[in-house]
Write a protein that binds this ligand. Structure first.
Ligand SMILES: Nc1ncnc2c1ncn2[C@@H]1O[C@H](COP(=O)(O)OP(=O)(O)OP(=O)(O)O)[C@@H](O)[C@H]1O
Ligand SMILES: [Mg+2]
Length: 258
């Protein structure tokens, strides 16, 4: 926790619509420092929009988005860039640069944001590639990688500057169960090692819950949050059950049938 015990990220009554479509209708939640928050919900419910709002890539129609207690809405570009320095981001689909090798994709943040010499950059990149299980693949280009490898390159790049906060958008979508488990183990290890705050958008319910300190469920513009992910499994409130059936009914029910 930081000295004032304030959340590292806080959304307060955030409203975001695109034209007539209301995506977030007065959404509020807080993310504590050093913890893992999972954002869940059906396709199109606004999960990626929430991450873009936190990064200041989209602006809310109303409400506040506080990072370290500072409202980033309406911030000067220079200050916003400063705030963004704290973040490591893995976008949905990894967003690698196709013309750069694995090595160069991962080295990019160090080249752009630090004054390290080539030798130090090489050492740090090779060490990170080893951690994410990509040693020996550094010369390949994104088109030559599997889906899981691309995600791991994106993850390596997101962690390169030892960010205070990581935002991962669907890090395991499209991966087989074994590869997903590898990614989860990697999260666990890297968080132990770096102590970052993680916000992870995931469909991988309920597997991801073992990693979560808090789950935020988005549905029809509203949010339901659980501080203990286990509360979600045994929930008996009609409103919440209905909500779960709407957002992830089959997965939830299949869990009950086990
Ligand atoms: N820039 C934009 N302009 C217009 N509509 C947008 C924009 N970005 C998102 N939307 C709409 O907002 C809604 C929420 O989108 P979002 O990408 O956050 O969904 P999601 O929960 O991440 O879904 P998925 O699980 O499929 O990734 C969608 O209906 C989408 O079409
Ligand atoms: Mg999305």
């Amino acid at each position: 926790m930081n000295s004032t015990n304030q959340p590292i990220i806080q959304l307060v009554d955030v409203v975001k619509a695109f034209g007539a479509q209301m995506v977030l209708d007065k959404v509020s939640f807080a993310v504590s420092e050093g913890k893992t928050t999972v954002i869940a919900g059906g396709s199109g419910q606004g999960k990626s929009v929430v991450l873009k709002l936190i990064l200041g890539l989209l602006a809310p129609d109303s409400g506040q988005i506080l990072v370290n207690g500072q409202d980033i809405c309406g911030m000067r570009q220079q200050d916003l860039n400063q705030v963004r320095m704290a973040f490591g981001v893995l976008f949905q689909g990894a967003a690698l640069l196709d013309s750069l090798s694995v090595f160069d994709n991962v080295a990019l943040p160090l080249e752009e944001r630090t004054k390290l010499h080539a030798k130090e950059i090489r050492e740090q990149v090779m060490s990170m590639l080893d951690k994410v299980g990509l040693d020996g693949h550094e010369q390949k280009f994104p088109a030559q990688l599997s889906g899981g490898m691309k995600k791991r390159v994106g993850l390596a790049r997101a962690l390169m500057l030892q960010p205070k906060i990581v935002l991962f958008d669907e890090p395991t979508t499209g991966l087989d169960p074994e590869k997903s488990m590898e990614i989860y183990r990697l999260f666990y290890r890297t968080q132990e090692q770096f102590g970052y705050t993680a916000v992870i958008v995931s469909h991988d319910i309920p597997k991801i819950f073992n990693l979560a300190d808090q789950v935020i469920l988005l549905n029809n513009g509203k949010v339901v949050s659980f501080n203990n992910p286990r509360d979600l499994q045994g929930v008996e409130s009609v409103g919440i059950e209905e909500f779960l059936n709407n957002t992830m009914g089959t997965i939830y029910r299949s869990k009950e049938l086990e």
